[in-house]
Write a protein that binds this ligand. Sequence first.
Ligand code: ADP
Length: 405
Amino acid sequence: MSSSRVLVLNSGSSSVKYQLLDMRDGSRLAVGLVERIGEETSRLKHTPLATGESREWTGAMADHEAALKAVSEELTRDGLGLDSPELAAIGHRVVHGGKLFTEPTVIDDAVLAEIERLIPVAPLHNPANLTGIRTAQALRPDLPQVAVFDTAFHTTMPESAARYAIDVKTADEHRIRRYGFHGTSHAYVSRATAELLGKDPSDVNVIVLHLGNGASASAVEGGRCVDTSMGLTPLEGLVMGTRSGDMDPAVIFHLMRVGGMSTDEIDTLLNKKSGLIGLCGDNDMREIRRRIDEGDEQAQLAFDIYIHRLKKYIGAYYAVLGRVDAVAFTAGVGENASPVREAAVAGLEALGLAVDSELNAVRSDEPRLISPESARVAVAVVPTDEELEIATQTYALVNGSRNLT
Ligand code: ADP
C-alpha cells in the first residue's frame, strides 16, 4: 500500500493542533485540537472531513501523551489510525530552529539536542514542541518525524538585516540576532502570490503581511527572504493583538528603574498586555471595527497606531527590495479585515500601490487581487495554509521530491 498521509502536529504548552492530510492531492482527512492539557477540563475537538461532523470530548488529560493517545483513538474510529501503513510521516511545527536549521529536517537525537539547546531563545515554544515530538516518537518509533521550523525561511536574510547593532561579541555569546518567525506562512504566501501573478517565484519580489493575532511582515526577493519584522523573539516589529512590537528598548530600563517592575512583569506586559489589547482593551479586529463604527475614540486610536506601523513596514520593505511586484495580505486580519488593507495602502499611490474598494470588499477563501488593473504593484489577499506547507515539506523530504504527486 502506498503511504501518502502526513500528520501535522503543532504542539503548544497546553494544546495540540493537528491535521491529517492526504498528500496525493493535499486534501484534509481530519482536523482537530486538544486544549487545556494538564487540567481537569481538557477538551478535544475532532473533525473527520469525510462526514464533517465534529466530535467533542471534555475531561482530564494529564499530559501530551494522554492527548496524543486520545487523538489517535479518534483517528482510529474514522479508519485513519496512526498505526496505518498509509501514514508516511509526522510533520512537527517547531518554532525556533536558530541559525542552523535552514530546511525541514528529519528528527534524530542530534536534532532533538539542538532544539533543546535553543530553549533559552524560545523558552515558551521549544519545550512544548519537544514534548510533542517525543510523544509522537513513542507512539510510532518506526515512522520518520520531520521538524519544520518557523525560522527556516528567514535564514537567507543577509547579516545586514539579521544582526542588531550591538556589541558583536556579546551578541554572538548569547546568540542574539534577528531570526524571524511565521516563516512557514511567509514561504507559502510568497510562493502562492507568485502563482497568482502567473510568475515563477524567482522572478517576483513580494512584501508579505501576515496579520493574525501575532503579526509579521517580510520582504521576499525572488523567493528568498531578505528581511522580516520579528527578531530574536516574536515581540519585535508590527503592532500585534497583545504584543507591542517595536519600541525604544530604554522603555524596559525605565519600567525597571522608575516603575519598579520585575523582568517577568515587563515580559508579560509587552507580550500579553500590549499591542491592540493594551491600547484599547480588545485584540480582535472585528470588535475594534465595531467600536470604531460606534464612534469609540480609543478603538480608533488603536487602529491608527496599528496602521501607522504597518505602513512604515511597507515603506521600509519597498526600500529594501527596490522593486516590488506585489504586497500580499494574509492570516486572520489580513484575509478578513478589508478596512485594514485599505488603510494600510492609502496614500501610497506614488509607490504604485492602491486598492480597488469593490474588489477589496469581496469575501472569499481564494487567493485574489484587490488592486486596480492599472496598478503598478499588485495588492493581493492570499489565505495562508501553514499545515499544508508543513505537510508538503515533510512529504517532500521523506519522499525525495518537492511536488505533490
Ligand atoms: P493566530 O495568530 O492566533 O493564528 P489568526 O491568523 O487566526 O491568528 O488571526 C486571528 C485574528 O484575526 C483575530 O484575533 C481577529 O483579530 C482577526 N479576524 C478573524 N476574523 C476576522 C474578521 N472576519 N474580520 C476582522 N478580523 C478578523
